[in-house]
Design a protein around this ligand. Sequence first.
Ligand code: PBG
Length: 326
Amino acid sequence: MSFPQHRPRRLRQTPALRRLVAETRLHPAELILPAFIREGASEPIAIQSMPGVVQHTTGTLRRAAAEAAELGLGGIMLFGVPEERDAEGSAGLDPDGVLNAAIRAVREEVGDSLVVMSDVCLDEFTDHGHCGVLDADGRVDNDATLEVYGQMAVAQAEAGAHVLGPSGMMDGQVAAIRQALDAAGRQDVAVLAYAAKYASAFYGPFREAVDSQLTGDRRTYQMDAANRREAMLEVRLDLEEGADMVMVKPAMSYLDILADVAAMSPVPVAAYQISGEYAMVEAAAANGWIDRKASILESVLGIRRAGANMVLTYWAAEIAGWLRES
Ligand code: PBG
């Protein structure tokens, strides 16, 4: 009888050994909590397809931000749900619009103890639900949208955002935002570019979260799930345009993209574990089909292992709580 020459199982024998040789660890500072605020809400409103996630009031958003800071999270990413929408998404430009007011409130609450990020995109603010303004034929008008993004970015910077997250996938959006910020004297505000963002069915629950008005899809601007090489082009362009950090989104079905981007990016790489990824785990766990906590930790660990320096996840606060306990 011959014995195996190599025995990798040796280092798996005890929890202490496994902890010693773990190649990837989770830390609260690399987690970013996405949060929704609904204009005019007097109490938080549950999002059915995202159990445990709500559309906040200003008061509950402030508390969530304070808790995030206290837990040592890396940041919070804010999305606004306005009361009124129009074709131009003008509520997104209004300094007192729901998102800009929320940025101001959160900054007042947390100061610089938490990185405050905000979504630069029109889909929450337009009555047609697209991420840009439309031309006379009803198509998303790339260059007209860039103008609006620039104005939105300055409004969010003035409201106090540390980092802006352009998520509309318009060509040239990072350059347009950088130029607008610099022209307004806001060289200090950073851009986290949604560089490789795919047209994904897994955004479904987010559409409920922001009461999206979209009919149709975003396939003329978001990327095709079939493409890997194209992600390198998108990331390279965003870097050339001045992105301070780049993002891959969604995360779990795009770990190959994330690994590619992590291998080539000279700037920090983020991944967004999106609403549908959250909903899948929650639904399976609610049915008793998977172990909720173990599945959540494994999913985020996998995203980190693939190369993300930071992860946007709706479980950010809960995970930070678990990490603190252990
Ligand atoms: C666009 C935006 C979306 C998400 C983040 N920013 C929706 C979309 O592109 O359709 C989705 C996030 C999620 O699903 O959790 N403003």
